[in-house]
Design a protein around this ligand. Structure first.
Ligand code: ADP
Ligand code: MG
Length: 589
C-alpha cells in the first residue's frame, strides 16, 4: 500500500479511540466539562448502558454562541493558551480533544447558552460534521446529547460489554466525581430510573452516605486536620474506615489529586500501610482520600485518560498521606489502638522490599526448623503416575495419606504426623479448601444448604457492587444466595448460604461483589469459583482460633478427602511437609 496522509476523518477516529473507549469515557469527559464550567447541578441520563443515548445537562457557564463550533475542533480549548500553562492546570480538561473525539464517533446535539447572552445555540453533528446550527433558548448552561455511539467504528461497537457492565462503569465515574465535588449535585438516571443522586451539600460525608449507604457512610472517620501543616504544601483530607470495617480488596480506596480521580499504587499502599497490624491479613481499608498540592508539583499530562499523575516529589506525598491516615487512626478511631506497642507503627515510610521482608519474618517467627540461610521448602512431590480403567496414564490421586493430629501451634497451625514425616497445616487455609470443595460439589448437585432470613432484608450497596450482584443473580442463587433488586442500589436479600448465615449480610454481599469484579482477579477462574472462594474464606476457621482436638481431627479427616488438599482455593499452600529424611538430615543423623 502506498503511504498516504490519512484523511481528517480517519485520523480523528484513531485519536478518538484514546479518549473515547466506551460509554463511560463519554460520561467522564462530559461531566468534567460541566465541572470545569462551574456547574452546581449536573444530570446524567443514559439509555441502554449509554449505547443508545448519553445526555449530560449542567447549569454551568455555557458557551458563547460565537464559540460553539470552535469547541468541536480538535485541540480547541478555553482552558489553556501556552505550554507554560500546563504547569498551572487547575481544570480537569486542558487538551481540547474530548468534544472533537466524541463527535467524530457519534451523533451529538449540543445545546448551550452563556450566562452573558440572551440567546443560546443548538449544534448537531454526525461523525464530526455539522448537520444543523440554529439559535436556541434554554436556561444558562449546557446539554450535550450523544447518540449512536461508535456508529462508524464497528470494531469498537463489537467490543462493548453488556449494558449492565457499561452502566457499572458509568456509575463508578459518577460516584467518583460526586465524592470529589460534594458542592455539586449529581443525578444519574439509567433508562428513566434515578439510580444515584448526591445531595450537593458541600459535605463529603453526605456524599459517602449516598454512595455507600448509611451504615458505612456513618462509620467512616474524617481525616484529622494536621496541626503542623507540611512545608511541602501537601494537604490531605477525606475519610477512612475504622479498623473494624474492611473489604476484601483495595477497590474501596478512592484517591483524588487536586480534584482529579487517580489510580496510584504507592498512595494506596501508604494508606494500607497506616493500618499495619490493625486489619486481618488479606483485608483492606475503605477510604476516600483527597490530596491537594500546588499544581506545579504534579504533572497531570502523563496519561491518555489522565487517571495517573506524576509527582515532583513522590516520597513527600507518600509520607503526607501515611502520616495523615495514621494520625487519624490514633486520634479518632473508636478502638483504643494508641495503646498498642509503638513497634506496630513503622517510624518512617519503608520501602516495599522492607515491608515484604517484615512480613516474611512475621510469618516465620518462632518457626526455626531450618538452619539460617536455608528456606523451608513446600513439598513438591513429583506427580506419581498410575493407570486408570481406560488404561490412560493420569496423575495418581494428590490425596493425603492418613494423618495423626499431634497438636495445635500458636492457635494457627495444626501439627500432624503421617507415614512420610511431619505436616504443619495452616488451619484457615485447610478449612477453606475443605469448604470450597464441598460447596462446589453441593452446587453441582443443586443442593447447597441455604438459610432463609426470617424477614427479607434490604441491603444498601455501593452502585458498582449492586450492579455486579444484579448481573450474576443466577450464579449467586446456585450458591445459596436468594435476592432481588429492590430499587436504586438496594438488594432485597431473602436467603444466604448456611456457611455464612451468622455473618453480617451487608459485609458478605460487599465481599461477594468484590469477588465478582473479575477485573480485580483476571486469573480467578469461573465466576462460581470466585464467589465460592469468598464465601469459604468468610466461613473458615480463622488463624488465632483455638481448636479442640476433635475439631482438628475432623478437619484433617475432611482434608484427606479433598481432591486438592495441598493448596487453598486461592492457590496458597495449606501445609508444609518435613519428610523423615529431611528431619534426619537437619539433625545430622
Ligand atoms: P477541554 O475540556 O480539554 O478544554 P473539550 O473538548 O472537552 O476540551 O471542550 C472544549 C471547550 O468547550 C472547553 O474548553 C470549554 O470551553 C467548552 N465546553 C465544553 N463543554 C462545556 C460545558 N459543559 N460548559 C461550558 N463550556 C464547555
Ligand atoms: Mg474537556
Amino acid at each position: 500500500m502506498p503511504i498516504r496522509v490519512l484523511s481528517e476523518d480517519v485520523a480523528s477516529q484513531i485519536a478518538a479511540g484514546e479518549v473515547v473507549e466506551r460509554p463511560s469515557s463519554v460520561v467522564k469527559e462530559l461531566v468534567e466539562n460541566s465541572i470545569d464550567a462551574g456547574a452546581r447541578d449536573v444530570r446524567v441520563e443514559t439509555r441502554a448502558g449509554g449505547k443508545r443515548l448519553i445526555r449530560v445537562t449542567d447549569d454551568g457557564c455555557g458557551v458563547p454562541v460565537a464559540e460553539v463550533e470552535v469547541a468541536f475542533h480538535r485541540h480547541s480549548t478555553s482552558k489553556l493558551t501556552s505550554a507554560d500553562d500546563l504547569s498551572r492546570i487547575t481544570t480537569l480538561g486542558f487538551r481540547g480533544e474530548a468534544l472533537a473525539s466524541i463527535a467524530s464517533v457519534s451523533h451529538v446535539t449540543f445545546v448551550t447558552r452563556s450566562a452573558d447572552e440572551a440567546v443560546g445555540a443548538l449544534l448537531r453533528l454526525e461523525g464530526g460534521r455539522t448537520i444543523t446550527r440554529q439559535e436556541s433558548g434554554r436556561p444558562p448552561g449546557t446539554a450535550v446529547t450523544v447518540e449512536e455511539l461508535f456508529f462508524n467504528v464497528p470494531a469498537r461497537l463489537k467490543f462493548l460489554r453488556t449494558e449492565r457492565t457499561e452502566r457499572r462503569h458509568i456509575d463508578a465515574w459518577l460516584t467518583r466525581y460526586a465524592m470529589a465535588y460534594p458542592e455539586v449535585r449529581f443525578t444519574l438516571n439509567h433508562d428513566g430510573k434515578v439510580v444515584f443522586q448526591s445531595p450537593g451539600t458541600d459535605r463529603l460525608r453526605d456524599v459517602l452516605v449516598a454512595v455507600y449507604g448509611l451504615e458505612v457512610g456513618a462509620a467512616l472517620i474524617e481525616i484529622a486536620p494536621d496541626d503542623q501543616p507540611l512545608a511541602s504544601g501537601i494537604q490531605v483530607t477525606g475519610f477512612v474506615s475504622p479498623p473494624s470495617l474492611h473489604r476484601a480488596n483495595r477497590t474501596y480506596i478512592t484517591l483524588f489529586v487536586n480534584g482529579r480521580w487517580v489510580q496510584d499504587a504507592r498512595i494506596t499502599y501508604a494508606i494500607c500501610q497506616a493500618y499495619h497490624t490493625l486489619l486481618p491479613t488479606g483485608r483492606y481499608p475503605l477510604g476516600v482520600v483527597m490530596v491537594r498540592m500546588p499544581p506545579a508539583d504534579v504533572d497531570v499530562n502523563v496519561h491518555p485518560a489522565k487517571s495517573e499523575v506524576r509527582f515532583r516529589d513522590g516520597d513527600a506525598v507518600f509520607r503526607a498521606v501515611q502520616r495523615a491516615v495514621r494520625h487519624t487512626l490514633i486520634q479518632r478511631s473508636p478502638v483504643p489502638i494508641a495503646a498498642r506497642p509503638p513497634t506496630a507503627w513503622p517510624s518512617a515510610a519503608p520501602s516495599w522490599q522492607d515491608d515484604a521482608r517484615e512480613r516474611g519474618r512475621e510469618r516465620l517467627a518462632g518457626l526455626r526448623l531450618q538452619p539460617p540461610g536455608e528456606q523451608l521448602r513446600f513439598e513438591e512431590k513429583p506427580a506419581a503416575v498410575g493407570a486408570d480403567q481406560g488404561g490412560v496414564l493420569v496423575p495418581a490421586a494428590e490425596r493425603l495419606p492418613p494423618l495423626r493430629v499431634v497438636g495445635q501451634l500458636g492457635s494457627t497451625y495444626i501439627v500432624a504426623e503421617g507415614p512420610g514425616g511431619m505436616y504443619l497445616i495452616d488451619q484457615h487455609a485447610a478449612h477453606e479448601r475443605v469448604l470450597f470443595e464441598r460447596l462446589l460439589a453441593e452446587r453441582e448437585g443443586a443442593r447447597v444448604a441455604s438459610q432463609a432470613l426470617l424477614e427479607p432484608l434490604p441491603v444498601e450497596l455501593a452502585p458498582e457492587a449492586a450492579g455486579l450482584l444484579e448481573e450474576h443473580l443466577e450464579t449467586l442463587s446456585s450458591l445459596g444466595f436468594e435476592m432481588e433488586p429492590f430499587g436504586g442500589t438496594t438488594m432485597l436479600l431473602r436467603a444466604l448460604p448456611s456457611l455464612v448465615a451468622d455473618t453480617a449480610p451487608g459485609q458478605v454481599l460487599e465481599d461477594v461483589a468484590a469477588a465478582l469484579d473479575v477485573g480485580n482477579a483476571p486469573l480467578a477462574g469461573t465466576v462460581e469459583e470466585a464467589v465460592a472462594r469468598q464465601v469459604c474464606k468468610r466461613a473458615a476457621v480463622k488463624a488465632g482460633q483455638v481448636m479442640a482436638r476433635p475439631e482438628m481431627e475432623e478437619l484433617i479427616r475432611a482434608l484427606e478427602q479433598c481432591a486438592s488438599p495441598r493448596t487453598c482455593p486461592h492457590g496458597r499452600p495449606t501445609m508444609i511437609h518435613l519428610s523423615v529424611e529431611q528431619l534426619a538430615r537437619e539433625f545430622g543423623r
